[in-house]
Design a protein around this ligand. Structure first.
Ligand code: GAF
Length: 445
């Protein structure tokens, strides 16, 4: 699949820029980064909780030329994508502002600009502004400095992606991560500087901040993290506070014979995080934390709260209604996520499936991020013979479901979902997936 994406990116590069481009004396680079599906742990990352995602085989490829150049002789960057019609031009400089016309380009511009600021420290005021919005100190996140204070990036690239857009499979994070890995090559970072644990975490933070500040989406770190740090065959249990993570295999050994598969079903109901209820949920979690911290001053985020704290806040402070329901989802989902990782690791598929079903109910009833099409697909899957569990995956309000199903029942399930969903007047798309590799440099030799 990746081969085809690389070919498309190369073809688009040539048809858009020809052989003579602004950086034609620089070498060609290529990077790829996958989308993801979240097994469980939904809407827990932005309160420092636990998530359990896996990378999928669908990926974004970034192909082109790039160089580090002096700021006094700035040249324009040009980017183009198989998912967009026009070439977008911009300069990675202090004057760079998000585009209202080509919103997809903001993910690329944000990563380029933020990477320049971080590594060059050229504009301390602007860097601090970015970091302040995240309550971070400059020292908390650093790439190896390889850009001088008077330097910037110039690049000309083509993107090709087969990660469905607006389907909750993290097309944006794959675009950001592919851009970051591409620019790391332009910066001439070596293998260990790109793929050490710390470096992968720093890259994920950078891409998340670019999305938060440049694209205006207050997302957590899960998507950028899994896109850059995933390893084939493993899910990642990520502690979104410490950013420590553990690789979780499917089953206790490679030999386990009854290993199920994951079926992803795209409801084709499009969602957009920035414009949706997502920011509202982020705020509601902050409101819940403020109330809970009054019963227990150790609670700095919902990650710290327990069901006992929630009960105490109900009695003493009148924690109720919507805010209570939001807190109940997050607190219970954190526990389900840790339990699900243990269940998968030990090959207890029934236990893992039950937790998925409970997670869906919690998102539907308490967090209210599902929609009728997704509920239909989840109910259909849950009723199918051979299915262990099914739930909505991702930010919600549309997008995809993920289902854990016996291998031999997967094709039957896909046929059933397509047929039954069609009766509601809609078409869905399904694919079987397994944990794939995270973002990499693509060798062009
Ligand atoms: C989206 C966000 F980008 C993630 O950070 C996460 O919050 C997810 O929704 C919900 O779990 O994908």
């Amino acid at each position: 699949m990746l081969r085809e994406q690389i070919k498309q990116a190369k073809d688009l590069f040539r048809s858009s820029y020809g052989d003579r481009n602004a950086t034609s004396d620089s070498p060609l680079y290529c990077a790829s980064a996958p989308g993801r599906v979240n097994f469980i742990g939904e809407h827990t990352d932005y309160t420092g909780g636990f998530v359990l995602p896996l990378a999928i085989a669908h990926a974004t490829v970034c192909y082109g030329t790039g160089a580090v150049v002096s700021k006094s002789a700035p040249r324009r960057c040009r980017i183009v994508s198989t998912n967009a019609t026009d070439v977008v031009e911009f300069e990675v400089s202090n004057d760079l502002a998000p585009s209202t016309l080509n919103r997809w380009a903001n993910y690329v511009m944000g990563v380029g600009e933020y990477l320049r600021l971080r590594v060059s420290h050229a504009s301390t005021a602007r860097l601090n502004y970015f970091l302040d919005t995240q309550n971070r100190k400059p020292s908390a996140i650093q790439y190896l400095p390889s850009l001088g204070p008077d330097e910037t990036f110039v690049f000309e690239v083509a993107f090709s992606s087969n990660v469905p857009i607006g389907s909750g499979l993290s097309s944006s994070a794959s675009l950001e991560t592919a851009t970051a890995i591409f620019l790391e090559q332009v910066m001439k970072l070596n293998e260990s500087q790109m793929y050490g644990k710390e470096q992968k975490i720093n890259r994920a933070k950078l891409c998340q901040r670019a999305e938060n500040t440049f694209c205006g989406v207050p997302c957590g770190i899960m998507d950028q993290f899994i896109s850059g740090a995933a390893r084939g065959g493993k899910l990642l249990l990520i502690d979104c506070r410490s950013l420590d993570y553990k690789e979780i295999p499917l089953g206790s050994s490679d030999e386990q014979e009854d290993k199920p598969v994951l079926v992803v079903t795209d409801s084709k109901v499009k969602h957009c995080l920035g414009d949706s209820e997502y920011p509202v949920r982020v705020q509601q979690c902050k409101d819940a934390t403020a109330i809970l911290s009054k019963v227990n001053d150790c609670i700095k985020s919902l990650r710290d709260a327990t069901i006992v704290d929630i009960e105490a806040a109900k009695k003493k402070l009148g924690l109720e209604g919507t805010i209570l329901k939001r807190a109940l989802h997050v607190v219970s989902e954190n526990k389900r996520t840790v339990d699900a990782a243990a269940a998968l690791e030990s090959g207890d598929w029934k236990a893992a499936g039950k937790l998925m079903n409970e997670s869906h109910s919690s998102m539907k009833e308490d967090y209210e991020v599902s929609c009728k099409e997704i509920d239909t697909l989840v109910a259909l899957a849950q009723s199918f013979d051979g299915v262990y569990g099914s739930r909505m995956t991702g930010g919600g309000f549309g997008g995809c479901t993920v289902t854990l199903v016996k291998k031999e029942a997967a094709n039957g399930l896909i046929g059933y979902l397509k047929e039954e969903y069609k009766k509601t007047g809609q078409e869905c798309e399904c694919f079987v997936t397994s944990p794939s590799q995270g973002g990499v440099v693509v060798d062009l030799d």
